[in-house]
Design a protein around this ligand. Structure first.
Ligand code: KIV
Ligand code: ZN
Length: 520
């Protein structure tokens, strides 16, 4: 058996099912590109039959994907799902169709309303239809961990005969415990006819906090594909976190003896990009990528670290892409230093990107004494990964007030579809005043569903990162902005959300037109 573990990333499919983690078309493409740099083997890009939006993003990701990565779409074992899935992934250099059906008595009886024999029939037909399109077919037994083990051996054996090349055994509801999960998976591998011809996979949910532990336990009994997401986002409590499984296999290679193709220095930039896209900060104590994961507070620990890092660190921050370099970036830094700094942070910039980012770095350095790595990463994500915007903020001015009868005032200068506009107004607080003025200038008043502020770095001159979520009718959009002045950061975040709302509307119209054309 090979000792290579394949990483199957489902951030764009199961991860996107996580509450509040919806991504738009451009954001999905950008994340897919980053996942490729990270070195994942397979990207599950979406569930094409679920919506025209999902279809379009899977198709675009498949088109842009390189030679070294497989692009997969999810499908139920029904004809239309499989056909749509193939339509969406077929232009990838290495396409994969992932079909699934429920196998637990509970799911078969209540969800599918089918007998076990009928479910076996569905699996065979689904895999055969997918195999008619490609030889790269994955078959999943949904709710595997609550299924009858001998029924699994039967249905998986049939799926292998029908042409499946990867067999995925999910702990769909996060119910399994590591030792019993490993035992169950091991039993199925051993007792299923044809097991030697396929790669076994697991897909674990985190309802009891055991997704990573279950994934790793399964590796010990022969599983060689891990289905994971960045930062563990996903349905309900989430999925097994990619960065945790990768680093467990790396740090404890002595125990697992397994290899993988992930570039661990890209772990932090990838999770940080996801956090920016979905507008959810990485929790401070999150393993591997949280701000505190390498922070040493107690005197005893600090003393130990100074004498020998290994006293309290089992891996270095650099190994997961949190590079402390001695290159200090400030207002006197040249282009080359900025280029090198970004390279050390995991970003490869072309000339045009360097020009843009260099100007933004200088601008920030004029206002802020020390630029931390986090400041620079926030900047690159804000400046470079932006799609052209309809609204552009130029200047804001705020007057706060704690005097009764003298409300806070905001004045704003901005471009609206290329036309310069300005205005001033009041609000209950300065942020309210700002958002009121911006709403008036752009002529729309969405509901503000969420407002969150986070200091990216320490110190009173820290960069404030604001995230807002707005809703207009049935569309929501997230916006982010950062700046040492939290009111400027708030205005930027609000304008960013408004621009994203426009993009969502345009996407909706584009898809509508596409469907109309397809229909006619
Ligand atoms: O959790 C699950 O069982 C799934 C399947 C579709 C693989 O997400
Ligand atoms: Zn799942």
């Amino acid at each position: 058996m090979s000792d290579r573990v394949f990483f199957f990333d489902t951030t764009l499919r199961d991860g996107e099912q996580s509450p509040g983690a919806t991504m738009n078309f451009q954001e999905k493409l950008r994340l897919a590109h980053q996942l490729e740099m990270l070195g994942v083997d397979i990207i599950e890009a979406g569930f094409p039959a679920s919506s025209p939006g999902d279809f379009a993003s899977v198709e675009a990701i498949a088109r842009q994907a390189g030679e070294s990565i497989q692009i997969c779409g999810l499908a139920r074992c029904v004809q239309n799902d499989i056909d749509r899935c193939w339509e969406a992934v077929k232009e990838a250099k290495n396409p994969r169709i992932h079909v699934f059906v429920s196998t637990s008595p509970l799911h078969m009886e209540y969800k599918l309303r089918k007998s076990p024999d009928q479910v076996v029939e569905m699996a065979i037909n689904g895999v055969k239809r997918a195999a008619g399109y490609t030889s790269n077919v994955e078959f999943s037994c949904e709710d595997f961990s609550r299924s009858d083990r001998d029924f699994i051996c039967r249905i998986v054996g049939e799926a292998i005969k029908a042409g499946a090349t990867t067999i995925n055994l999910p702990d769909t509801v996060g119910y399994a415990q590591p030792s019993e999960f490993a035992e169950l998976v091991g039993y199925c591998i051993k007792n299923t006819p044809g097991s030697e011809k396929v790669v076994y996979s697991v897909h674990c949910h985190d309802d009891l906090g055991l997704a990573v532990a279950n994934t790793l336990a399964a590796m010990k009994v022969g599983v060689r594909q891990a289905e994971v997401t960045l930062s563990g986002i996903g349905e309900r409590a989430g999925n097994a976190s990619l960065e945790e499984v990768v680093m467990a296999l790396t740090v404890r290679k002595d125990l697992y003896g397994l290899t993988h193709g992930i570039e661990s220095e890209q772990l932090y930039p990838s999770c940080r990009l996801l956090s920016m896209i979905i507008g959810q900060p990485i929790p401070l104590n999150k393993s591997i990528v949280g701000a505190n994961a390498f922070a040493h507070e107690s005197g005893i620990h600090q003393d130990g670290m100074l004498k020998n890092r290994e006293t309290y660190e089992i891996m270095t921050p650099q190994s997961v892409g949190r590079k402390e370099t001695h290159l200090i970036i400030g207002k006197h830094s040249g282009r080359n230093a900025v280029l090198q700094k970004f390279e050390s942070l995991g970003y490869r910039l072309n000339d045009e990107q360097l020009n843009e980012i260099f100007a933004a770095v200088k601008d920030l350095a004029d206002r802020k004494k020390t630029l931390h790595d986090e400041d620079l990463m926030a900047l690159v994500q804000q400046e470079l990964y932006r799609v052209p915007d309809r609204y552009r903020l130029r200047h804001v001015s705020i007057q706060s007030s704690d005097a009764g009868g003298v409300p806070p005032v905001a004045a704003v200068l901005m471009d609206v579809a290329g036309i310069e506009k300005s205005g001033a107004g009041f609000g209950a607080g300065p942020v309210d005043a700002l958002f009121n003025v911006i709403s008036d200038l752009v002529g729309r008043a969405p509901d503000l569903e969420q407002y969150a502020i986070n200091a990216i770095t320490g110190g009173t001159d820290a960069l404030g990162e604001v995230t807002v979520r707005i809703r207009e009718k049935n569309l929501t959009a997230i916006g982010r902005g950062n700046h040492p002045d939290i009111f400027v950061a708030s205005a930027r975040a609000y304008v960013d959300a408004l621009n994203n709302l426009v993009k969502r509307e345009e996407e909706g119209t584009r898809l509508h037109c596409q469907l109309e054309t397809e229909r006619n």
